[in-house]
Design a protein around this ligand. Structure first.
Ligand SMILES: [Fe+2]
Ligand SMILES: [Fe+2]
Length: 274
């Protein structure tokens, strides 16, 4: 079982670049082409929030047009740039979602040896995230009902400080309460997040937690508390989570065309490296 994780696709209306620089639509198209060129086709694609840049229906329709032709199903969650109501209008295929309210759900399929719990960390009108008591209670309840089901959690705002000052300033409030729930539920194997536009790993409440890179622009690596809010056009990337039978193994994938593949052999057939 393979799950591809894209994040922070930040789709804009036609003809507009994110921050005047990033052609996020074209970059997502190339990342999707890259994904479909891999030797193994993922069973599922998840996109962990900031799907579009300004939460408009027209942006979600452009995203939907790109995702429509995919040969695998996809699951979405909301980020601080998203609008839940507009997401519901354009993406009605999330059968576990309540008709209104938070964009959170438990996803399961008969051939999955695990479940996915999708959380909504959006605090409408704010860049920082929240998990209010209502959302935390729902999360704890789902876990109490399935103590032996391996669980993958996905959410937009990561529940840890990254060191990048301007991003931590718009991080997740209530991270300590969330960590308490993680600590009590060892069936959680992995928590996957977005928001940081970088691949970062941490341990929270004894569980592995990571953020995915963006298919578009990359937040600059600068771990000063007063780091300026800057981005770079590093290679777009995504994550591939492989279910090993006992847990998740994550691969970072650069979504760029690269020379190769080359065999680990000399032209005379002698093995030089493996
Ligand atoms: Fe983002
Ligand atoms: Fe975000």
């Amino acid at each position: 079982m393979l799950i591809a994780q894209f994040s922070d696709t930040h789709i804009k209306p036609a003809g507009q670049l994110a921050y005047g620089v990033a052609d996020t639509h074209q970059m997502l198209q190339s990342a999707l082409d890259h994904l479909q060129g891999l030797p193994q086709r993922p069973d599922l694609l998840v996109i962990t929030g900031d799907l579009v840049d300004a939460g408009s229906v027209v942006e979600y329709q452009r995203l939907q047009n790109l995702l429509n032709d995919l040969p695998m199903p996809y699951l979405l969650i909301a980020g601080n740039h998203d609008d839940r109501d507009h997401m519901r209008q354009v993406f009605p295929h999330h059968p576990w979602l309540e008709p209104q309210g938070f964009w959170q759900y438990r996803a399961q399929a008969s051939d999955w040896p695990f479940q996915i719990l999708a959380l909504d960390t959006v605090n409408a009108g704010e860049s920082g995230g929240r998990l209010c008591p209502q959302r935390l209670n729902w999360f704890a309840q789902q876990l109490e009902q399935s103590p032996h089901v391996p669980t993958l959690v996905m959410m937009h705002h990561p529940p840890f400080a990254t060191g990048i000052g301007h991003m931590d300033a718009i991080g997740l409030a209530d991270a300590a309460s969330f960590a308490d729930i993680l600590r009590q539920h060892p069936q959680i194997d992995l928590v996957i997040c977005g928001h940081l536009h970088r691949n970062i790993r941490a341990t929270v409440g004894g569980r592995a937690v990571m953020t995915a890179p963006s298919t578009a622009h990359t937040v600059q690596l600068d771990v000063a508390p007063d780091a300026g809010a800057m981005f770079r056009m590093e290679p777009p990337a995504y994550l591939m989570h492989w279910w090993s039978g006992t847990g998740w193994v994550t691969h970072h994938v650069n979504a760029v065309q690269s020379p190769g593949p080359y065999p680990f052999f000399h032209p005379d057939g002698q093995l030089i490296m493996a």
